[in-house]
Design a protein around this ligand. Structure first.
Ligand code: NAD
Length: 321
């Protein structure tokens, strides 16, 4: 099957070049994001293979369908970048990789928590400069602190395992509770109670209309002063302006984010030689106790192998059926 593969990263291309000879696929690589401007490149391809930063809006889907595309093969779990109503109307099948490595994302969330708490990101730079003072590096013991996990699906469950394992009290909220969470020693509570009691709050919910800006000014006002907030899920679960204000007011004591609301304009590309034209992002990166990573929580060797194999199996299964 002829597949138009959209990616701006070398790692993606290398991975699929390594794995694809074992599958009946013919991949053509396009070093751009798929969006309204680039969609003509996909004309005549039966499948497009895309990632979180490709925009599959209604106009893109209409053009894909008109150009003969039947399958959207996502190399990710989240599908908030696809207009699924439009895909359904135009009879495009959307397949994704539901679980490639929940451990990878949960471990990255833990890395953010610990780096923020112990300020290792600051210490690293200081020590390289020959500054071995401890001022500004004071942390706290995570042992017996209370963590609130919002969303206990695949990743939230791993987060529960990790945080209960290192001795935190874990509170959880999910409209569909998972009995395994309580087996790990965590306790389901209402969202407001989780906000009230947690020292650390970590988000593991999908972005959907109901979860858009879940963390806004009102939600923040219910949290403890100085709370640590971690988001490795999707940027738009949080209102970025409320985050900036929350850090300035010291409502948020520590902010660790791997995702950002307008990340499609920035992430996965090198903008280091440019002036970034995004005030909210600029304000966030310059605030103290804010640690932003490059949507890399999933980026482990094990997860990439799973992504590659499952995506190619999805394409193969589609062709067989
Ligand atoms: P999942 O579908 O297994 O679990 C999501 C859980 O959220 C479910 O249990 C669901 O009941 C719950 N949920 C839904 N609405 C909720 C709400 N309003 N409040 C609380 N819980 C709610 O998903 P997952 O595999 O655990 O992934 C979670 C998210 O992580 C994905 O949707 C994706 O956006 C993100 N993700 C990020 C990266 C990264 O690299 N940063 C990688 C993979 C996934």
């Amino acid at each position: 099957m002829k597949v138009a593969f959209f990616s701006t990263t070398k790692t993606d291309k290398a991975l699929f070049e390594k794995l694809s000879p074992d599958y009946p696929v013919d991949l053509d690589y396009f070093d751009v994001h798929l969006n309204e401007k680039t969609v003509p490149l996909a004309k005549g391809y039966r499948a497009v293979c895309v990632f979180v930063n490709d925009t599959l809006s209604r106009p893109v889907i209409e053009q894909l369908a008109a150009g003969g595309t039947e399958l959207i093969a996502l190399r990710c779990a989240g599908f908030n970048n696809v207009d699924r109503d439009a895909a359904r109307e135009h009879k495009l099948t959307v397949l994704r990789v539901p679980a490639y490595s929940p451990m990878a994302v949960a471990e990255h969330a833990l890395a953010l928590m610990m780096s923020l708490n112990r300020k290792t990101y600051r210490s690293y730079i200081r020590v390289r400069d020959g500054n071995f003072t401890l001022e500004g590096l004071l942390g706290f013991d995570m042992f017996r602190k209370t963590a609130g996990i919002i969303g206990t699906g695949r990743i939230g469950l791993e987060m529960t395992r990790i945080l209960t394992g290192i001795g935190l009290n874990v509170l959880a909220y999910d409209p569909y509770p998972n009995p395994k969470v309580e087996e790990y020693g965590a306790k389901y509570v209402e969202l407001d109670e989780l906000y009230r009691q947690s020292d650390i709050i970590t988000l593991h919910v999908p972005l959907m209309p109901e979860t858009h800006h879940l963390i806004d000014e009102t939600a923040l006002s219910k949290m403890k002063d100085g709370v640590m907030l971690i988001n490795t899920s999707r940027g738009a679960l949080t209102d970025a302006d409320a985050l900036v204000q929350g850090v300035k007011d010291r409502k948020i004591g520590y902010l660790g984010i791997d995702v950002y609301e307008q990340e499609e304009n920035l992430f996965f590309e090198d903008h280091s030689e440019e002036i970034i034209d995004d005030d909210t992002f600029e304000r966030l990166v310059t605030l103290p106790n804010v640690l932003i990573t490059a949507h890399q929580a999933y980026f482990t060797a094990e997860a990439l192998d799973n992504i590659g194999q499952t995506t190619l199996e999805n394409i193969q299964d589609f062709e067989r059926n």
